[in-house]
Design a protein around this ligand. Structure first.
Ligand SMILES: *[C@@H]1O[C@H](CO)[C@@H](O)[C@H](O)[C@H]1NC(C)=O
Ligand SMILES: *[C@@H]1O[C@H](CO)[C@@H](O)[C@H](O)[C@H]1NC(C)=O
Ligand SMILES: *[C@@H]1O[C@H](CO)[C@@H](O)[C@H](O)[C@H]1NC(C)=O
Length: 257
């Protein structure tokens, strides 16, 4: 009797803990489906808030979990790293949620989503690594070691943008974030997209990991120039190079092998 009782108490406690954990992750992920003009669109709670075809399949937290983030960025909190305690999975997944209804990590099914995450996070790791060839675990184990450029030689203020994105007195537009952004015009454009006053407060990016990941994903999802595809479009195959593109050197760099 005693054993059965303690077992059931144990189960109850377990249940309580797991539902707490679900609430803590904000894990209301019920799929709601409707048709708009014959097209299936869905929402999935916090992770895919807006009605979108991209919200009908698996979302990032279904196939990319906290332990994988920890393995990928294993060295980021070692004492010699330069942004100890700054980056975490929760910030990444919160930032990603904003872009999942647009197809970030949710285009083309689970396998393509995993490939896009690998490409995006590999890019992040290479831009923020403080590892070097012989460092333990290799250079990519040291991704997310930085959240800012350490010794900027200038303040990255481009005066030719003074009407659209004027530099704020005293602001420094050195590289910050997970795919670091530089220059007043990039801070201005990212700030417009993310509804944050980054032109006057570029430092927000190095104070808030969610915002830093949002800026990186925005960069990934948005073409740098109008006529160009975004990195996202290239990786998920939305963009097919023309013959002129494949002949040009720039496109050879853009097309994944
Ligand atoms: C949903 O997943 C399927 C199967 O993996 C895939 O073919 C389809 O393109 C995905 N839907 C969207 C909107 O990406
Ligand atoms: C960090 O940025 C996110 C996204 O813009 C925002 O929702 C959140 O309130 C910010 N956190 C703090 C502590 O300012
Ligand atoms: C391809 O490049 C040639 C030579 O530069 C140019 O004349 C032509 O208009 C280009 N075609 C397209 C589709 O951009």
């Amino acid at each position: 009797m005693v054993t059965i009782r303690s077992v059931s108490v144990f189960i109850l406690v377990l249940l309580a803990i797991s539902s707490l954990a679900l609430v803590a992750n904000g894990e209301d992920k019920t799929i709601k489906v409707k048709k708009v003009k014959g097209k299936k669109v869905c929402t999935q709670g916090w992770e895919c808030v807006w009605w979108s075809e991209y919200c009908c399949n698996q979302t990032i937290s279904d196939y990319f979990q906290v332990y994988q983030f920890e393995q990928l960025f294993a060295k980021r909190n070692t004492p010699i790293a330069h942004a100890v305690g700054f980056w975490d999975y929760q910030s990444f997944i919160t930032a990603a949620a904003l872009f999942e209804p647009l197809g970030f990590g949710t285009t083309g099914g689970k396998l393509m989503g995993q490939k896009e995450m690998a490409a995006f996070l590999g890019h992040v790791a290479s831009k923020t690594s403080c590892g070097y060839g012989v460092a333990t675990g290799g250079p990519l184990a040291w991704g997310l070691c930085y959240n800012r450029e350490m010794s900027p030689m200038q303040s990255y203020c481009d005066e030719t943008w003074k009407y659209k994105y004027p530099c704020s007195p005293g602001a420094e537009y050195y590289g910050r974030g997970a795919l670091p952004i530089y220059w007043n015009f990039n801070y201005g454009a990212a700030g417009e997209a993310l509804k944050a006053d980054l032109l006057n407060h570029p430092e927000y990016i190095e104070q808030n990991a969610t915002l830093a990941f949002q800026a990186a994903i925005w960069r990934w999802m948005t073409p740098i120039k109008k006529a160009q595809p975004s990195a996202h479009d290239i990786f998920v195959g939305n963009w097919k190079p023309t013959k002129n593109d494949t002949l040009s050197k720039v496109a050879q760099l853009l097309v994944p092998p």
